[in-house]
Design a protein around this ligand. Structure first.
Ligand code: GLC
Length: 499
């Protein structure tokens, strides 16, 4: 009887072991088949995102051509090439207390700066950051948005301490950085052409944004004069020039992307007769809307675009900037999970939520140096609810981060080279030590180290010898200080200061 039981148990155990082994084998076979699919999808994506030097040179050339076309006539190019009305950049002589207000990304900032002229420069500087609720950014009204801004500004002004000095009887003045495409009517007024970067509030389009802000400030009981309305690229250029006279252009690589540069006034045909032939003018390119057949656009990008708030627009921005990189990654992972069982037999439901993977999380995964890619594992668990990712899965994620980020960084470098070409600064001129400094601001450039390094390396690849005289410089919060500086140079009291 005992023997019988033991015998039966042995047979039974053997059967179970055998069954499990078959199951495991079947699963392994299935997995290796699926894994082949994962790798095929990866390879295909990598090929479609490729940016060999030849292609980048074509992109740079196309950028130069489009710049020319946008300057030649209104609507002549996807690049708007907007006149900023900034024709004299900061000199260092600016003095006094000025405020700046910066709207354009997920956060908005208020700032006050005490400027001390050539000797003392920036005497004191305070900043407050406020995040913009989603329901204010999209679907609200002009009044809701501007009341939100004016209230935050009023609260900030109320905390002004004794180390800031406003001469008696004077009105406070402000530089307003509004980082969207604006048709400027003067240095301190302009109408919104369209929203970008996930903002969408219908009744602001076509309105003078300074007028809207002024009304809201009045409602908030705040007496502040808007002395300058600037794009963040223009603010960054002004802030950059204040610190370094060789700054000739500014680039934003943050939630969105854009560039501004200093153009010779006579090179702006659409403004002939309106601008003095001598002198310079800062141009806000709105390069985020750049488009060219040379751009490596994949089906993932196309779908992202179709489902976005602004389909068909800002294509360059949608493959480069911080708002979108994480979302591109999510889309590729989702397809790999659906069609090639990347995460096993199920598709994590979180993976289907648009914008759930943010670029800072992607950056953290991309920079994971641990042997078992622990950071990647934790992010997959916390954000996508994938509890037990294998090392193989994690490696795929890192490879995707690399493909997406390199494409964005390399295309940004090509854009900068396009500007240098337009200005005749892309080649090394013997004996002429012409330095070109590009001031760059934005969290993508500042915090995503691999993006930044790749951009800089690509500049070298594209420029050869001329790379030595081209400097890409981080201009941390250049746009806020720049707006305050431009408010100073357009102050209603400038003549009093000079006399
Ligand atoms: C978007 C805006 C542009 C801004 C850029 C960076 O492209 O349209 O005006 O400069 O984002 O913030």
């Amino acid at each position: 009887m005992g023997k019988l039981v033991v015998g039966a148990t042995v047979v039974c155990t053997a059967a179970v072991v055998c069954g499990v082994a078959v199951l495991l084998m079947k699963r392994r076979m299935k997995n290796s088949g699926e894994w082949g699919k994962v790798e095929a999808l990866l390879k295909d994506f990598e090929e479609k995102c490729a940016t060999p030097v030849g292609k980048l040179k074509q992109v740079a050339d196309a950028m130069t051509v489009e710049m020319q076309a946008g300057l030649a006539s209104e609507g002549g190019s996807k690049l708007k090439m907007l006149i900023s009305y900034v024709d004299n950049l900061p000199t260092g002589d600016e003095k006094g207390l000025f405020y700046a207000l910066d709207l354009g990304g997920t956060n908005f900032r208020v700032m006050r700066v005490q400027l001390g002229g050539k000797e003392k420069r920036i005497v004191k500087h305070e900043v407050k950051e406020v995040s913009i609720p989603q329901n204010v950014m999209a679907g609200s009204s002009s009044e809701v948005l501007f009341d939100f801004i004016a209230t935050a500004l009023a609260e900030f002004v109320a905390t002004e301490g004794d180390d800031f000095h406003l001469p008696p009887g004077r009105q406070r003045e402000l530089g307003f950085t509004f980082s969207f495409p604006v048709k400027q009517l003067s240095i301190a007024s302009g109408t919104l052409i369209k929203w970008t970067k996930g903002f969408s509030i219908e009744d602001v389009v076509g309105q003078d944004v300074v007028g809207e802000l002024a009304k809201a400030m009045e409602r908030a009981g705040l007496d502040v004069r808007v002395a300058a309305l600037v794009n963040d690229t223009v603010g960054t250029l002004a802030g950059g020039r204040y610190n370094n006279p060789d700054v000739i252009a500014a680039v934003i690589l943050g939630t969105g992307t854009n560039a501004a540069y200093v153009e010779r006034a006579h090179a702006i045909p659409k403004w002939h007769g309106l601008l003095p032939k001598s002198g310079e003018m800062v141009i806000n390119m709105e390069w985020g809307n750049f488009r060219s057949s040379h751009l490596p656009v994949t089906e993932y990008d196309q779908n992202l675009d179709i489902e976005s708030l602004n389909p068909g627009e800002q294509i360059y921005e949608k493959i480069i900037s911080g708002m979108y990189l994480g979302e591109i990654l999510r889309r590729v992972l989702c397809r790999m999970a659906e069609e090639a069982s990347l995460f096993g037999d199920y598709v994590p439901s979180k993976l289907k939520v648009p914008f759930v993977l943010r670029t800072p999380d992607m950056s953290a995964m991309h920079h994971d140096e641990s042997a078992d890619l622990k950071v990647v594992g934790n992010k997959l668990k916390d954000i996508l609810e994938v509890p037990n990712s294998t090392l193989k899965m994690r490696k795929i994620v890192v490879e995707l981060c690399d493909i997406i980020t390199s494409r964005g960084a390399r295309l940004s470098a090509a854009g900068i080279v396009g500007i240098l070409k337009k200005l005749g600064r892309d080649t090394f001129k013997d004996g002429e030590k012409q330095r070109s400094v590009i001031a760059v601001d934005g969290a993508l450039f500042e915090h995503y180290t691999k993006f930044r390094n790749c951009l800089k390396e690509t500049m070298k690849e594209l420029l050869g010898d001329a790379a030595d005289s081209t400097i890409i410089e981080l201009s941390n919060d250049g746009s806020g200080v720049g707006a305050a500086l431009l408010a100073a140079s357009h102050s209603q009291y400038t003549d009093l200061e000079e006399s």
